[in-house]
Design a protein. Sequence first.
Length: 136
Amino acid sequence: MIGIVMIGHAHIASQMNEALQHILGEQPLIATVDINDESSTESLAAQLERKIRSCDVGDGVLLLADMFGGTPCNIAMGFLQAGRVEVVSGFNLPLLIKAATIRDKAASVSELANHVVDSGRQYIRMASDLQRSKRA
């Protein structure tokens, strides 16, 4: 099974994990790293490395960062490893749910990343556009 590690500003990662557990129940091989003002880049990288190792049972790890270009994503990018560790930035709850529910069926971490990015985009909608399409 592919592991999932979330990294984000403040408590975004741990709160997303809490929301995931609320919806799907306890999930194995999922870890979080929350970044606060006192965290050094070196200590965060070491913490992320430990979480990656704890979630990797041989099928790879999907790293989910809250925002492209932010410190969490920049740290995660340092662990990008073809075929072993993939990084997806800008994750949302539908993307996380999709990752948790299909990761045991994905042939690779890259395949999983592609599926969840598509899913995450699919669930970003503007309500007025949805109303217009119902009227048409």
